[in-house]
Ligand binder design. Structure first.
Ligand SMILES: NC(=O)c1ccc[n+]([C@@H]2O[C@H](COP(=O)([O-])OP(=O)(O)OC[C@H]3O[C@@H](n4cnc5c(N)ncnc54)[C@H](O)[C@@H]3O)[C@@H](O)[C@H]2O)c1
Length: 467
């Protein structure tokens, strides 16, 4: 999966490291650090996850990890355990990669991190550097250092550095070996090499204080969230004006100052990172008396995306009670099986609340849910459906046989929340396709804007904005 020329096996000073947490971030770091030449002990506390790893199975859907796992189980540079004493034997560097999920109030829950840090430090027999790869609010590393120091054996010094992770689920291994930047936040310059030596010297590096490093991650994810919400706001405007959001946003994104990534409208962002880190950014701002109005607006717009989808279904079907709805796509984005804060699962829950009957399909994700029936085939999901909603832009949903879908369904409504259906290709099928910011085929009356008098008068008159 990753680019061999970028692995630079010989360019790191090999060391022994401990990685705590074998999730998307920890498992990726563990296999990739082993690939770089380090000896890695990975600690995982979830018995099911650990059992799978010990059997050589990969507990997450992430291309390339299986190959590296097999290779480095054989090379003996990679091992898994839940025994912290074993893990800390001869280790001076620990990468903390545990979860920092949001609390109900939106602030991050840092208890996994506190527990992991104190456990590892208590088992350390010599000085230890904890490197926080988990996403945390600025100030966390300093606080963690105080907390952990209180659990260290006598004579053992503890330091904490920040090294936020920027990988994208679905391409985590590729991202690890091809980072846009490695950010290292450390206050003791003497220790900097303990972090930077983990990675090839030629990778782009930013070294700064810990708070700045922590804020890089929050600010980057907040910007991405703002960008997605901006795309959704433009798409709303496109729907009202009869413009095509795909063309508009392609035209905007080709501007090198803006860039096209994350500029696609859709069902709103989900996943384990953007909603949580946006909430964290707002909470941090609030804690220092700032309002973070841009970040808040992105949150509001994101919440409206699901409401908009439900509105489209109601316009098309009337009451949703008793209606059969097929959902295609439950992963929060294509390429992953992760359903944390997934718009597809959110939609299923909202539909069930309104009395609709949901059958859903996803090529990878298998959420445990009582609000939908999960089936193994998109055509099976569409059986007798009044409407079909596409929620994840999986490549296979671009290749659907629309005639077969139409024959399977009772109704003819398709809500394409990720704009994968080509309107031209379904023109001959009896479908009403509602995309996002394009292609409303029914009940569509574009407004004329600007009004003609603007073109006749030298001075524009004040006008009322159409509702
Ligand atoms: N998932 C991503 O795409 C991504 C990207 C960048 C940053 N992050 C950040 O990285 C962190 C981890 O995210 P993730 O998605 O990998 O989480 P995850 O929930 O998939 O994995 C965390 C793992 O840590 C294990 N764990 C928790 N406490 C432990 C302990 N005391 N000892 C051993 N194992 C323990 C859990 O069992 C779990 O397997 C979060 O802060 C997240 O915000 C995630």
């Amino acid at each position: 999966m990753h680019d061999e020329k970028n692995t630079h096996h010989t360019s790191v000073r090999a060391s022994k490291v401990c990685v705590v947490g074998a999730g998307y971030v920890g498992l990726t770091a563990a296999v990739c650090l082993a690939e770089l030449g380090h000896t890695v002990v990975c600690v995982e506390s979830n018995p099911q996850r650990l059992g799978m790893l010990l059997r050589g199975e990969v507990p997450i859907h992430e291309p390339g990890i299986d190959e590296l796992l097999t290779r480095h189980a054989s090379s003996r540079r990679l091992s898994f355990t839940d025994d912290v004493e074993v893990a800390m034997d001869g280790v001076a560097v620990v990468l903390l990669c545990v979860g920092t999920p949001p609390r109900p109030d939106g602030e991050p829950d840092l208890r996994q991190l506190g527990r992991a840090a104190t456990q590892m430090v208590a088992a350390a027999r010599s000085d230890v550097l904890l490197i926080v790869k988990s996403t945390v609010p600025p100030g966390s590393c300093e606080a963690l250092e105080l907390l952990a120091a209180g659990h260290a054996r006598e004579g053992v010094n503890v330091a904490v550095a920040s090294n936020p992770e920027f990988l994208r689920e679905g391409q985590a291994v590729w991202d690890f070996f091809n980072p846009d930047r490695v950010v290292v936040g450390i206050d003791d310059a003497q220790m900097q090499h303990l972090v930077t030596d983990l990675y090839p010297a030629q990778w782009p590096l930013i070294v700064c204080d810990r708070r700045s490093a922590e804020l890089v991650k929050y600010a980057a994810n907040t910007f991405l969230a703002v960008k997605i919400s901006f795309a959704n706001e433009v798409a709303q405007l496109c729907e009202a004006l009869g413009a095509d959001s795909q063309k508009v946003l392609a035209g905007v994104g080709l501007d090198a100052r803006i860039g096209g990534a994350f500029l696609s409208p859709g069902p709103g962002f989900g996943g384990s990172c953007l909603p949580k880190d946006l909430g964290g950014f707002i909470a941090v701002a609030q804690s220092v008396g700032q309002l973070a109005p841009l970040a808040r607006a992105a949150q509001v717009v994101n919440g409206e995306a699901l409401v908009g989808l439900l509105g489209k279904l109601e316009v098309a079907l009337g009451s949703l009670s008793g209606k059969r709805i097929a959902i295609l796509g439950l992963a929060f984005k294509p390429g992953t099986g992760d359903v944390r804060f997934s718009p597809g699962v959110g939609l299923a829950d909202a539909l069930a609340e309104r009395g609709a009957l949901v059958r859903a399909h996803d090529p990878v994700a298998t959420p445990v849910s009582t609000t939908m029936e999960l089936v193994g085939d998109p055509y099976d999901a569409a059986q007798r459906a009044d409407a079909l909603v596409i929620m994840t832009a999986w490549p296979e949903y671009r290749e659907l046989d629309h005639e077969r879908l139409r024959e399977t369904m009772s109704g003819h409504v398709v809500i394409d929340a990720v704009n994968v259906v080509s309107i031209g290709e379904v023109a001959h099928v009896d479908f009403d396709v509602y995309g996002v910011g394009r292609g409303l085929t029914t009940d569509f009356a574009p407004v004329l804007w600007p009004p003609l008098e603007w073109m006749l008068d030298a001075e524009p008159r004040p006008v009322t904005v159409p509702q």
